[in-house]
Design a protein around this ligand. Structure first.
Ligand code: AMP
Length: 196
């Protein structure tokens, strides 16, 4: 099962991706996590990415695509994955298709976790208190939401045109949202003879 989770920052993609990782036994691949690990390890890539991330802007497509290709090339990802935080713009969506075509592993489902703007702001404020992420400050959050609207929202249409998009109501309890996603994937299995 090869899944892309879409949604604004704070929509719950990471949380739901972790749930899916456990239930589907496929790795959760988060470009944000991969970048944060590179920043923490002070690799050359991490040093380049850190400042961009703190501003809430997108790290260059080339850098992100490089770490993603490396991660998806690892053995545990060859039977599927749950992708979180990528693609963030149309160029990345096209690059992802190309990469997965080469690996003969096209995206099967793109799931948009739909959450109201007011809930997003509330959740990100809460996360800033709990996790203290460097990019959860009020100003950066505003920038990340703008970037999402301007660059990432068109990716939703990209997957819709491919007939791969499903929407899930992301409001409410984490367990309820998880159940909605599981239900959706289950209903998509009817007539699907893919073993993954
Ligand atoms: P996230 O944890 O997915 O919210 O990502 C945190 C930050 O990492 C983003 O605000 C970007 O600066 C950077 N980032 C994560 N994924 C990508 C991506 N696909 N393209 C560019 N930048 C990314």
């Amino acid at each position: 099962m090869r899944i892309v989770l879409l949604g604004a920052p704070g929509s719950g993609k990471g949380t739901q991706a972790k749930r899916l990782e456990a239930s589907l036994t496929r790795p959760h691949v988060s470009t944000g996590d991969l970048l944060r690990a590179a920043v923490a390890a002070k690799t050359a890539l991490g040093l380049k990415a850190a400042e961009v991330m703190e501003r809430g802007e997108l790290v260059s497509d080339e850098l992100v695509l490089g770490i993603l290709a490396e991660r998806l090339g690892e053995k545990d990802a060859c039977a599927g994955f749950i992708l979180d935080g990528f693609p963030r713009n149309l160029a990345q969506a096209e690059a992802l298709d190309k990469l997965l075509e080469e690996l003969q592993q096209p995206v099967e489902h793109a799931i948009l976790i739909d959450v109201r703007a007011e809930s997003i702001i509330e959740r990100l404020a809460k996360r800033a208190e709990l996790e203290g992420r460097a990019d959860d400050t009020a100003e950066t959050v505003r920038r990340r939401l703008d970037v999402y609207r301007e660059q990432t929202a068109p990716v939703v249409e990209y997957f819709r045109e491919q007939g791969k998009l499903s929407m899930v109501d992301g409001e409410g309890d984490i367990d309820d949202v998880a159940a909605r996603i599981t239900g959706l994937l289950r209903s998509g299995e009817d007539g699907d003879d893919d073993e993954g």
